[in-house]
Design a protein around this ligand. Structure first.
Ligand code: HQG
Length: 184
């Protein structure tokens, strides 16, 4: 598989396993798992073909480790990023580090100042423990602006945090008083 095919397949898997499994007639269980055989068969009949070995390669080499197989590799799911409402991926709460970061862009700042960080279309607000990742996330939309979240304060106030399999910190809402806007 070349770089282009890898990226295309990864994007397709994100779409199907996080947002629209029905696009290829696939159903996920309540924990977001899809049958590998069914995924391959239904993808193939929707003009995106890959073998089990190629799927394995995509999962193994994915830059953000977006997908996980179950133990016997009969099932696959996305680790985070879902907009689907009826699947639960992360259940165990975790104590976050003192600060977490969120990359965004200038046009959202007035609304974030007013309403805090919201889940928008996804199941959670996505945060990272390192600045570099937050920078990359923000850069998807333009010149990145990094917000610092006082996760320790939030945690002490009873806000729940979750850590996805691939190291993304998730929470339901970051109220504005826990965000450092610096000079914005
Ligand atoms: C913004 C990618 C206005 C928020 C990334 C963001 C990540 C608000 C956008 C993962 C707001 C939502 C998630 C408010 C938040 N008013 N705008 N109150 N609260 N926003 O894509 O965090 O590559 O749903 O700042 O790398 O950008 O797909 O979230 O700009 O890990 O694996 O609303 O998606 O991962 O956008 O990205 P998103 P995100 P993958």
């Amino acid at each position: 598989m070349n770089e282009k095919d890898l990226k295309r397949t990864s994007k397709f898997l994100s779409l199907i396993l996080r947002h629209q499994p029905e696009k290829i007639g696939l159903t996920l269980d309540t924990h977001g798992w899809a049958s590998v055989d069914e995924l391959i068969k239904k993808s193939n009949s929707n003009n995106i073909s890959f073998t089990k070995e190629e799927l394995d390669f995509v999962v193994r080499t994915n830059d953000k480790q977006r997908f996980t197989f179950n133990e016997d590799k009969t099932k696959i799911r996305a680790n985070q990023g879902h907009s689907l409402k009826n699947v639960t991926i992360v259940t165990e709460t975790k104590t976050p580090p003192p600060f977490l970061y969120h990359g965004t862009v200038a046009k959202f700042i007035p609304s974030i100042k007013e309403n805090g960080l919201q889940k928008m279309s996804r199941q959670h607000v996505h945060l990272s423990s390192d600045l570099e990742t937050a920078k990359k996330v923000g850069s998807r939309r333009g010149k990145p602006i990094i917000l610092t979240v006082q996760s320790d304060h939030m945690h002490k106030k009873g806000f729940k945090f979750f850590l996805s399999e691939n190291g993304v910190w998730l929470t339901n809402l970051v109220p504005t008083q826990f965000i450092k806007f610096e000079d914005l």
